[in-house]
Design a binder for this molecule. Sequence first.
Ligand SMILES: [Zn+2]
Length: 257
Amino acid sequence: MLNAKTINITFLAILLAMIGYDWSSQMSPWWYAVLLIVYLNIQAYGASVLSAQFFLPVKYQGDTNSNKIAITFDDGPIPVMTEKVLDILSEYKAPAAFFCIGNRVNDYPALTRRIYESGHLIGNHSYWHGAMFDLQSAYKIAKELKDTDTAIQNVIHKKPNFFRPPFGVTNPMVAAAVKKGGYKTIGWSIRSFDTVTKNGSVLLERVTRSLKGGDIILFHDYSTTTLEILPAFLEEVAKLGLKIVRVDELLKEKAYV
Ligand SMILES: [Zn+2]
């Protein structure tokens, strides 16, 4: 499998071979630059594509032979927006997972409780979701995850088993923090890009055109476009003969530990 360890060993071997060759018959230094550029590009791909599982194991899809799919909402809880999402889900009797940000859970415990008591799953999505989240030390990332667990535990008295990395970005520090906390990292197979898509029909088309059993879809609570298309999306899922289950059921993993 293409993962960080294999790539590091392979590139180290190539580098040593190049040094050996260079020693005996002089090579253009540009070859070292080429090697470095290729290496950095592979690292960047691994950091940004969660399903590549480059730095850590990631669950991003359920059984593709089933008719079950799961929907997930990141970045809440957000007053009004999350409430509207909950109203629609309740109307359609659709369960979902909410990957919550710790400081918002602390700010809105009643809304967090409502998510949980409505039968939805609550997962860990970091405490601050800062732009520099991934650039922190493993120690600081682990602390953010723990603080989020505490915030969630204070409300629902259960510790999340699922973590979703902010921006879907991973690296050795995130991997170390996840390992320390013992979380299952949850990705997605369909990314809606609902935070940047303002056109409802474009969004609906994107999330339904190749929808199939096993899929996990990434939405955001604060997207007005998601809110606008959510009823039509849920109707389309039913028309396609697919059934929405919670992501823990889809993946056959425990939601809490
Ligand atoms: Zn997020």
